[in-house]
Ligand binder design. Structure first.
Ligand SMILES: Nc1nc2c([nH]c(=O)n2[C@@H]2O[C@H](COP(=O)(O)OP(=O)(O)OP(=O)(O)O)[C@@H](O)[C@H]2O)c(=O)[nH]1
Ligand SMILES: [Mg+2]
Length: 137
């Protein structure tokens, strides 16, 4: 892994409800534009990933979530940036998700996850969620 690229710390939320996961399509002009992802974004300097995911889900989806539960941390190097992705399991406590920070939102079953193109950093998590879905509220 190259040492020249700084690490971008990112937090993203795996929101599950009624047997489905919420996925978002990245805007065409964003890094990895057009791919599907778990909504979230970059941590501000000094911001804890759990606080970041709460803020990002409010900004990007207009929902309030309960305490985020850590799922896994993935390190990945893209040609233009290194990311340290903190995935959290999240539950919506207030609001209905709206696509404010993405081009599209979908609620999908575990089996449908493989029909969508995700960034390489997400592949291991996607496989896990497909083979062993989280218990749905
Ligand atoms: N949110 C999110 N980002 C991911 C995932 N997988 C993955 O590789 N990333 C990468 O992590 C970085 C997240 O940045 P972002 O573009 O969402 O950041 P942001 O919401 O703060 O946006 P901004 O920089 O336009 O303000 C991007 O480089 C993105 O490609 C994922 O599942 N969710
Ligand atoms: Mg984002």
């Amino acid at each position: 892994m190259s040492d020249s690229l700084p690490v971008t710390r990112v937090a993203a939320g795996v929101i599950s409800q009624g047997g489905r996961y919420l996925i978002a399509r990245r805007k065409a002009d964003a890094h990895l534009g057009g791919l599907w992802e778990f909504p979230g974004g970059k941590c501000d300097p000094g911001e804890a990933p759990a606080d970041c995911v709460k803020r990002e889900l409010w900004e990007e989806l207009a929902v309030r979530i309960g305490t985020p539960i850590p799922l896994c941390v993935v390190n990945h190097e893209y040609p233009e940036r290194r990311v340290e992705l903190h995935f959290f399991r999240c539950r919506i406590e207030e609001g209905e998700a709206r696509p404010l920070g993405c081009s599209e939102l979908r609620w999908v079953t575990p089996g449908e996850l493989s029909d969508f193109a995700f960034p390489p950093a997400d592949h291991v998590l996607i496989e896990q969620l497909r083979s062993e879905p989280l218990p749905f509220p």
